[in-house]
Design a protein. Structure first.
Length: 224
């Protein structure tokens, strides 16, 4: 599922993008309303997450533009404003939900899934999975579905694949992977990491366009 995130707070935007991608969503993040509007026109998303207080074009005005195109894409407003009048304005402009800051990632994901169920007649599209070559990776349900069937992943296998996928075509340092997944970096955990990488290569072998490359002395890169 492709999400358009419009959020001008760099810290919050980074956390939201990173966390939602870990849940299997593809996230296009923009930091102002005009840039978000351009991104929407270039590649219409499956759902919009719009901060209300955006520079250049606020979230309400952006939602109004989106609706004038005839699009019925779901819109969730993210805002520090909790006044009843603001919530009502958001719904009148065609918003599907209104989430007041601060909120938890878990609550946001549940709101997104609830909207997906409404849109898809009770089913979450692809289980919230994200396309990866000829595969669909469902991080939440620990499943990788490809040309020869489905593979049930362990939590660590899924976490490793999600991390590499968030940085696809970029080198992720070994130390970064070890600290994020194991909590520390040492020789023995490094050998465990090599075993998990070998497993992922085996799982992805049915698609020759996908490779987990070992960049000697540095880390790993998922080429997709």
């Amino acid at each position: 599922m492709n999400l358009l995130l419009a959020e001008d707070d760099p810290a919050l935007g980074f956390v939201l993008k990173d966390s939602l991608e870990a849940e299997g969503y593809a996230v296009a993040w923009q930091t102002d309303g005009e840039a978000a509007w351009a991104a929407f026109r270039d590649s219409p998303p499956d759902l919009c997450l719009l901060d209300v207080m955006l520079p250049r074009l606020d979230g309400f005005a952006l939602a109004e533009r989106i609706r004038t195109t005839g699009s019925d894409v779901p819109i969730v407003f993210l805002t520090a404003k909790s006044l009843k009048e603001d919530r009502l304005k958001g719904f009148r402009l065609g918003g599907d939900d209104y989430l007041t800051k601060p909120f938890s990632i878990e609550e946001l994901v549940l709101r997104i899934e609830a909207i997906q169920r409404r849109v898809n007649g009770g089913a979450v599209k692809n289980g919230g999975g994200v396309s990866l070559g000829n595969y669909v990776f469902d991080a939440k349900n620990l499943k990788l579905t490809g040309p020869v069937g489905s593979t049930d992943l362990t939590q660590r296998e899924a976490d490793l694949l999600a991390l590499l996928l968030r940085h696809r075509n970029e080198v992720v340092p070994r130390e970064q992977i070890l600290v994020q997944l194991w909590g520390k970096s040492d020789y023995f955990l490094g050998r465990s990491l090599d075993v998990f990488v070998s497993r992922l290569r085996k799982y992805l072998a049915a698609d020759p366009t996908l490779r987990v490359v070992n960049v000697h002395g540095v880390g790993f890169r998922l080429e997709a």
